[in-house]
Design a protein around this ligand. Structure first.
Ligand SMILES: Nc1nc2c(ncn2[C@@H]2O[C@H](COP(=O)(O)OP(=O)(O)O)[C@@H](O)[C@H]2O)c(=O)[nH]1
Ligand SMILES: [Mg+2]
Length: 632
């Protein structure tokens, strides 16, 4: 059975409550004070079951709102969950201030359907009724209640005239209204809390999404308290479950009336997060008396919740009446809001409705670049596009399905099916439990490979880069890093060696033995000075095989620790530096030196003297002139 919520709207004393009673037989003015004073103060509720023309049964839940300007906040607590509205205008009074204010609110909330009811038809003559109808048609022109697409019906709740027409129109409109999604994640904004003899704590509200069963465990937002559903009542009847679009009463275990209040929300446990920052698209009413200034404080209403908010206008000092903007709202207390939630803003003082809009993101990232482009997609984009940019903004950190559920309010099934598409078309990549945008993963792959390459180049004798160091270097979450590294291992771009990561087959694989050999080689040459041993001899004395020893020598030569003077002769850098100093000192005695003197002063044999002098020539320390060297 389809369930639709019908709200009333309109100025005080225009006959809203009387109309609901005429339609349902239920007096929605339930409070003693309301009955005594004859005015609606708080929300009232009624229900009706009707058969649609095609025989389908429709269950209508009515939310009757107060029309008094002092009780607009109560009106707001009930109007957020409605599917269609009865805009009530008394034929003997016509359009009055709360007709306008309520209608502004309906438009800001994005209500799509309704019927305009000209009440008290019995109190005016036909001519007056015609004048009022013209006035109302003019007022509604171009709106969702434009008379070309929605009915304007004169009714007398007193005589019953017009009620059959109204019922018919109500049926047709309700049949057209799309049902709320009972497969979505359950959300019940609480609008009443009371105790009932024999039951204990009871809350009521319009179930705006999902299904709640008896015995379900729920979490109270924003307090986080856990409660159990002991009983469910729908339209006054006990039930096993309630589905989206129904006025629902829940008998709760685990909370007393002090723990609960209007404005709190019941949701499945561990699903959502509260927020104090929301990114929104907002509109200032054309009828607003003055521009909305950046940083202005306003009253904020969404579903049954109300708080104050500071408006941070995007890139503007002020917003003119009739204009739209993106904005970030700062809230003094943590609340539960989800993308797509509509809200109303009222001026701080005096309290009048000035605007409203829709929540785009309740998990905003401070100072995110391209925030405008992001918000545009959130405002108008398709689900896949929205998911893509929500993943994209997490860059290389990625985001899990669970977090995406929290951010969007969509079910994990819906998100996973979209992710499947995005994975298949190459937009996103799964990295373990998280999803990241393909270019972010590719960039990360490149960054990891580059980082290892650079590391191994500057640390040729270390066998790899520490995994954690590498992860910190590329700024990836542990999960994404592990997944991407695994991809690179699969592609043979990197390999693991314990806690180290390295390029496969690149550079020297330094084991302890090799590090030891490297020290030995370097040490042997450093100690030898100019009386260097033959390289062959040094290598022969090592524990490691010739091939690996040759590699170590190559690395020492590349790093200029050892210097090749001739094909057979290798010296330690320090020995050659010492030789240069000697030659420079000798220059104070003579500007020339011959081979014999060189041999004598350095103590090397002729076999070494010639290659060393030729090396010094090459280094432009000396220059050969005939049989002698000129010291430069
Ligand atoms: N003559 C006449 N009086 C009506 C009609 N509907 C409501 N009233 C009276 O108008 C007053 C206000 O009605 P009520 O339903 O409380 O208005 P609300 O403030 O919009 O809920 C009450 O005294 C009603 O009896 C109607 O169709 N004809
Ligand atoms: Mg009333």
């Amino acid at each position: 059975m389809k369930s639709i919520i019908v709200g009333t709207a309109g100025h005080i004393d225009h006959g809203k409550t009387a109309l609901v009673k005429a339609l349902t037989g239920i007096d929605a003015d339930r409070l003693e004070e309301e009955k005594r004073r004859g005015i609606t103060i708080d929300l009232g509720f009624a229900h009706l079951e009707l058969a649609a023309p095609d025989g389908e049964l429709l269950r209508l839940g009515f939310v009757d709102v107060p029309g008094h300007e002092r009780f607009v906040r109560n009106m707001l607590a009930g109007i957020g969950g409605i599917d269609l509205v009865l805009l009530v205008i008394a034929a003997d009074e016509g359009i009055k201030p709360q007709t306008r204010e309520h209608f502004d609110i309906l438009q800001l909330l994005g209500v799509q359907r309704g019927i305009t009811v000209l009440t008290k038809a019995d109190a005016v003559d036909a001519e007056t009724m015609e004048v009022v109808r013209l006035e109302v048609e003019e007022f509604l022109r171009g709106t969702f209640l434009d008379s070309t697409k929605s009915s304007i019906i004169p009714v007398s709740s007193l005589t019953g005239a017009g009620l059959p027409e109204l019922r018919k129109a109500l049926m047709a409109t309700a049949a057209e209204a799309p049902p709320k999604n009972s497969q979505a994640i359950a959300r019940l904004p609480i609008d009443r809390v009371f105790t009932m003899k024999g039951f204990g704590t009871v809350v009521t509200g319009t179930l705006v999404a999902g299904t709640i069963h008896r015995e379900d465990e729920l979490e109270v937002f924003p307090t986080g308290r856990r409660v159990r559903v002991r009983g469910v009542h729908v339209h006054g009847q006990p039930a096993d479950q309630t589905v989206a679009g129904q006025r629902s009463a829940l008998n709760l275990a685990g909370a007393s009336t002090e723990d609960l209040a209007r404005g709190m929300t019941l949701v499945p446990p561990m699903t959502f997060q509260t927020t104090r920052r929301v990114d929104v698209s907002l509109r200032l009413l054309a009828s607003a008396a003055r521009p909305l200034k950046d940083r202005a404080r306003v009253h904020f209403h969404a579903y049954s919740m109300e708080t104050v908010a500071e408006v941070g206008l995007r890139g503007k000092k002020q917003l003119a009446p009739g204009e739209d903007t993106f904005a970030r709202l700062k809230l003094p207390q943590a609340v539960l809001l989800l993308p797509g939630d509509h809200f109303i803003l009222r001026q701080y003082s005096p309290v009048v409705t000035i605007g409203g809009g829709v929540v785009l993101d309740a998990a905003p990232i401070p100072r995110m670049p391209e925030q405008d482009d992001f918000d545009k997609v959130l405002l108008d984009g398709e689900a896949a596009a929205i998911l893509t940019i929500r993943i994209k903004r997490r860059q290389q950190a990625g985001i899990s399905v669970r977090k995406l559920v929290t951010e969007t309010g969509w079910t994990s099934a819906a998100i996973e099916s979209l992710l499947g598409q995005l994975e298949r078309n190459g937009t996103v990549v799964r990295a373990g439990e998280v999803f990241a945008i393909a270019p972010a993963i590719n960039a990360l792959k490149t960054n990891i490979a580059d980082a290892i390459q650079a590391f191994q180049k500057s640390n040729p004798l270390v066998s790899g880069m520490n995994k954690e160091e590498l992860r910190a270097h590329v700024a990836a979450s542990p999960e994404v890093f592990a997944a991407v590294a695994a991809m690179l291992v699969r592609d043979r771009k990197i390999e693991y060696a314990g806690d180290l990561v390295r390029l496969p087959g690149y550079g020297v694989v330094m084991k302890d033995e090799e590090a030891e050999s490297k020290k030995q080689i370097e040490g042997a040459f450093a100690a030898a000075g100019l009386q260097v041993p033959a390289l062959r001899e040094v290598i022969a004395g090592l524990k490691i095989d010739k091939m690996r020893a040759q590699k170590i020598v190559t690395l020492l030569l590349r790093d200029k620790v050892l210097i090749k003077v001739s094909d057979e002769l290798v010296f330690h850098r320090s020995a050659l530096e010492e030789l240069r100093r000697q030659i420079v000192t000798y220059k104070s005695k003579s500007s020339r030196i011959d081979v014999a003197t060189f041999k004598e002063s350095t103590g090397v044999s002729r076999k070494y003297a010639i290659p060393l002098l030729e090396y010094l020539d090459r280094e432009r320390v000396t220059r050969r002139v005939g049989d002698v060297r000129e010291i430069l």
